[in-house]
Design a protein around this ligand. Sequence first.
Ligand SMILES: Nc1ncnc2c1ncn2[C@@H]1O[C@H](COP(=O)(O)OP(=O)(O)OP(=O)(O)O)[C@@H](O)[C@H]1O
Ligand SMILES: [Mg+2]
Length: 265
Amino acid sequence: MTDLLSVTDLAVGYGETMALFDVEFSVGAGEVVTLLGPNGAGKTTTLLTVMGFLEPRRGSVRAEGRDLKGVSPHRRARDGWTYVPDDRALLANLTVAENLSIVRNAKADPFELFPELEALRGRRAGLLSGGEQQMLALARALCTRPKLLLVDELSLGLAPLVVGRLLTALREAADTLGSGVLLVEQQVERVLEVADLGHVLVRGRIEMSGSAAELRANRSVVEASYLGERAADPEATAPAVEPRPGALPGVGDHAQPETPQLPNR
Ligand SMILES: Nc1ncnc2c1ncn2[C@@H]1O[C@H](COP(=O)(O)OP(=O)(O)OP(=O)(O)O)[C@@H](O)[C@H]1O
Ligand SMILES: [Mg+2]
C-alpha cells in the first residue's frame, strides 16, 4: 500500500543555514511514527516542511505517492492533514467550547473523545492547565478524523499521568480511525511504548531508524545520540537498528527558497 506520507531525500534550510539533510521516512495509515532527537536537531523543521510551511531545497514530500510541491498548508489541511504545533495554538481568550466550535471540518464530537473537557466547557483556554490545554489541542485535531496528524512536543511540561492519557488517545486514533501519526517527543521511553517506528534526528540527519521495539532495546544508544556521543562511538549501534549516515550536500548548494511563512512558534 502507498504510504500516507513519504518524505524522500529532504534538504531544508533557513537562509544560508541548512537544517535538514537527506531526511527520509514514511508514515502509513494506522501507524504511529516518532521523531526523536536533541534540541535543534530539526524535528520542528521536519513537521513544518511536511505541512508545507517551509519549501524543501531538495527532495520531496508525498501524500499517497503524489508530490506536494507547491501545495499550500491550507490545502494540505483541507485534505486531512492536521498539525498541532508545540505552542498548541489555542485561542487563549476563547472558552474550551468556543475553541472547539470553530473547527470547520469536525466529524466527531470532541467531548466524546475527551470527556474530561466537558467540565471545562466554559473555561477560557488560557486558564487551563498545560495538560488540559494539550487535551484541548488534541481534541480539536482528532475531531476532524485526520488522515495524518502531526504533533510537536506532545508532552512538553506535562505530568506523566496526562502524557500517558494523550499518548493512548493518539494510539487509538491510529488504531480506530486509521490516522497516520507523526509525533515529535522528548520522552523517549514513553513514546516508544506506543509508537510503531522511530527515527532519531541529530543535527539535521536521521542517525538511527527502527521499530519501536528495536529502539527500546537500544535505548542507551538512542539516548547517547542526544548527547552527541554516537559520533565518537560508532560501534555503539547495535545491528538491529539501522544507522543512516549520509553523503551530504554543503551549505549553499541549492537555490534559496522563498521567504517561508512560519506559523507562530
Ligand atoms: N526561523 C529560523 N531561522 C533560522 N534558523 C532556524 C529557524 N528555525 C529553526 N532554525 C534552526 O534550525 C535548526 C533546527 O531547528 P528545529 O526547531 O527544527 O529543531 P528541533 O529539533 O525542533 O529543536 P527543539 O527540540 O529545540 O524544538 C536549529 O539549528 C535552529 O536554530
Ligand atoms: Mg522543535
